[in-house]
Structures are given as structure tokens and as C-alpha cells.
Design a protein around this ligand. Structure first.
Ligand code: C5P
Length: 399
């Protein structure tokens, strides 16, 4: 996959620097050549000797090394690569790049390169959440810098957990492949629905639900990161749609069905939207007013189309893989298995949303994947991690 590709790896300082060693091994296993630059801080965690042993190349550490400058020079170093990867990318390196500093070899190379740059941030969750780091992330993303991670989980500091762990080496490898245009879903069209629907009562009122769109959005990101061309059909969600996907905004279930049908064909379709089962059949053309009689208006309901079932049962042009979601509050596996049969989809991603789980509106999810082969109980993990795992399964299923 990466045969002949030249990766320039900048290793920043942090406990995650040890994972850079494994990353080098994984990249070289796939046929890439890796050249490494280490910051002064990185050398406090791993030595140039071990990094050089794995890259089988000279390790560059000093902007003012006369021999290095004569032999290669930081400008050539910056250009003689297909991709520049920074792992771990510290808060300091991000700040330097966002502001155009160039006072050491790593920052000078980052400023001098005309190649795509992929950052794998790793830092304490408070540093990652700090407004300064957030600002830098926005600036860097606007400059076209790519990101992988960080993940949520335990930190090196005892007892600390949160968002800040560096992505695992294999996740970084997948992001490298995507950045170089070769993810496992490269060129594949995948459709994702997400968010709630709004069903009008009159021009100013509507019926909605509490879906935030977080899981569907995470899924679109994970599929995009594997190289897929994603069409993201979203109701009015509370989280913004991701960059790098085709966004189609809708309000009602019927608009969502029309948008889905217009977006086909797709190789896979994932229905993560919380679609209203009913719409108001006698919705007012004008705003409904109190008539002074004290009588409440009687709303009549009509059933909405079931988008998942409709697409699952398409005689022609059915996506090869159709995935539905099921939010259950009891006997999750039984209900979800029955739903899979009823809807005619290939997989159901079921989760227990009973209030005691804290999943609804939370950052974590505990899912059971129901396929034709039975039920798989996944451990509880962040919604992003669920999305990445599901995206990897989708890629494997499409082959
Ligand atoms: O029928 P229920 O809402 O329990 O099923 C959930 C699954 O069906 C989700 O994947 C949801 O996106 C999909 N669905 C749909 N159209 C509907 C209702 C549900 O696509 N009208």
C-alpha cells in the first residue's frame, strides 16, 4: 500500500514518543521509507539511536548541524517526502506551526515543506482543551493540516483520563494511507444519515427528538478518514457536520428519503438518523392561533416512510451493505435481531439507551452489532471509537 512512499516523521516530546518507534516499523513493513526528525524534547523520551535503528537512516536533530545542512539541508529534508507526519504532535509544536515559528529543525521543516502534513496530537487533556490549543487547531485545519486523533482514554499521569492520548500506530498508518490517497475505502461512495428530523405542526412549530447527531457525525468522519466519498444527509443536528464530506441538509423524514434516493447509488448506506415515525397530517399552512374557545387543536398524524426499510428492500440499486441503528431500553439483542429481520437490512448497531446507562447525549456508547452471523457485544467506548471500529468493519465487509 505504501510501497515507495517517503514519509518524513517528526517526533515531538512526550511519553507517546515511544509509540513513534512502532509507527516507524509499521510504515516500513508496508513499504514506505521513513526519515526522522527529533525535537530536543523528544530525545528526552527516546534516543536518536533507537529511532535511527528503526528508520535505517540518519536521524536529524539540529537545525545548525553543519554536516547535516551540507549533506541534506532542512529545505531538502522538507521537500524530499510525500508526506510529513508529526507523532506525537505536542501542544508546543502545534502552536509553533500555527504561528509560523522556525527556531528549531522540526518547526523549520514544517514551515518549509510544500507537502501535506498530518499531525497525531498527544498531550494532557487540559492542554488539548485549552482555548489556545483549540485556536491553533482551527488555524491549522484552515491551513489544510490533517489530524488523526487524539483518542479518549487513560493518560500517563496516574488517575487522569480524557481526550489527549495519541492515536494508535495502526490508526496513524490508516490516516497516512488516506492522506496519500490509498485508504481501504478510497473512491467508494458511502451514504450516512444523521441527526433528528423536524416535522412541522405549522410554519413556526415542529415535532422533534433529542438526537444530537454525534454518532452519525463521528461515523462520517471515520469513513472519510478511510478514504470514502461520504454523502452525509443530516436533519437539524446540534453538532456541526464534518469537513470533507458532501453535506445534504434536510428537515423532514420525507425530505430525508428524497435526499437518500437522490444520493444513490452507494456501496454502503448507514442509517444513524433518528427519524420521526409520524408527521402531522393536518399541519397548518398559517400559524395556528388560539380561537378564544379554550379548545386545543387536534393534531392528526400520518406515518412517515421508513427510509431504512425502503432502501433495504430496493429491487434495483440496493447498496451492498445496509446498516441500521436501534436504540433500545430492554432486551437489546432480541429486539435488535427482530428489527434486522423486519427492516431487511444487513446489520443493526444496537445500543441500550435506558437512562441508567447515561448514553443518550453522552460521549460514550455501548453497542451490540447484529449481523447475519449473530450478536457481538462491544465494550463500552467513546462514540468516536465506536465509529472507527464500525468503519473498519464496513471497509472489511466491502472488501
Ligand atoms: O424503527 P426504528 O426507529 O426503531 O429503527 C431505527 C432505524 O431505522 C435507524 O437506523 C433509523 O435511522 C431508521 N429509520 C428510518 N426511517 C424511519 C424510521 C427509522 O430510516 N422512518
Amino acid at each position: 500500500m505504501l510501497a515507495g512512499k517517503r514519509i518524513l516523521l517528526i517526533v515531538g516530546g512526550g511519553i507517546a514518543a515511544y509509540k513513534a518507534l512502532d509507527l516507524i516499523r509499521r510504515l516500513r513493513e508496508r513499504g514506505a521509507s521513513v526519515r526522522a526528525v527529533m525535537t530536543a524534547a523528544a530525545q528526552e523520551f527516546v534516543t536518536p539511536l533507537s529511532v535511527g535503528a528503526l528508520t535505517a537512516d540518519h536521524v536529524f536533530t539540529d537545525l545548525f548541524d553543519r554536516q547535516d545542512e551540507q549533506d541534506v539541508g532542512h529545505i531538502r529534508l522538507a521537500r524530499e517526502a510525500d508526506l510529513v507526519v508529526v507523532a506525537p504532535a505536542t501542544a508546543d509544536l502545534m502552536a509553533k506551526l500555527a504561528n509560523g515559528h522556525a527556531n528549531d529543525l522540526a518547526s523549520a521543516v514544517l514551515l518549509a515543506t510544500d507537502r501535506p502534513v498530518l499531525l497525531a496530537p498527544a498531550m494532557n487533556p487540559r492542554m488539548w482543551a485549552h482555548p489556545a490549543t483549540r485556536r491553533n487547531r482551527v488555524v491549522l485545519a484552515g491551513d489544510g493540516v490533517l489530524f488523526i486523533g487524539p483518542n479518549r482514554g487513560e493518560m500517563a499521569e496516574a488517575g487522569e483520563a480524557g481526550e489527549g492520548r495519541m492515536a494508535e500506530p495502526l490508526e496513524i498508518v490508516a490516516a497516512v494511507e488516506t492522506a496519500l490517497g490509498g485508504g481501504p475505502l478510497a473512491g467508494r461512495h458511502v451514504l450516512v444519515t444523521s441527526g433528528p428530523t423536524h416535522e412541522p405542526i405549522d410554519p413556526v412549530r415542529y415535532i422533534a427528538n433529542r438526537s444530537s447527531g454525534a454518532q452519525g457525525t463521528a461515523l462520517a468522519v471515520a469513513l472519510r478518514d478511510l478514504g470514502a466519498e461520504v454523502t452525509f444527509v443530516t436533519g437539524p443536528a446540534s453538532v456541526p457536520p464534518p469537513a470533507g464530506v458532501r453535506v445534504v441538509r434536510v428537515e423532514t423524514a420525507r425530505e430525508m428519503l428524497a435526499a437518500v434516493e437522490a444520493a444513490l447509488p452507494a456501496e454502503a448506506a448507514i442509517f444513524a438518523a433518528a427519524v420521526a415515525d409520524w408527521r402531522v397530517a393536518n399541519a397548518g399552512v398559517q400559524k395556528m392561533k388560539k380561537d378564544g374557545s379554550g379548545r386545543a387543536p387536534a393534531l392528526e398524524f400520518a406515518e412517515n416512510p421508513d427510509i431504512l426499510a425502503t432502501v433495504s428492500r430496493l429491487a434495483e440499486g440496493r447498496p451492498r451493505l445496509v446498516v441500521g441503528f436501534a436504540a433500545e431500553t430492554e432486551t437489546v439483542v432480541e429486539h435488535a435481531t427482530a428489527k434486522r429481520a423486519r427492516k431487511g437490512c444487513d446489520w443493526i448497531v444496537a445500543n441500550d439507551v435506558s437512562p441508567s446507562t447515561g448514553i443518550m447525549g453522552g460521549a460514550e456508547n455501548a453497542v451490540v452489532l447484529i449481523t447475519g452471523k449473530g450478536a457481538e457485544v462491544w465494550p463500552r467506548m467513546g462514540k468516536d471509537a465506536v465509529a472507527r471500529r464500525l468503519a473498519a468493519r464496513i471497509a472489511a465487509a466491502l472488501g
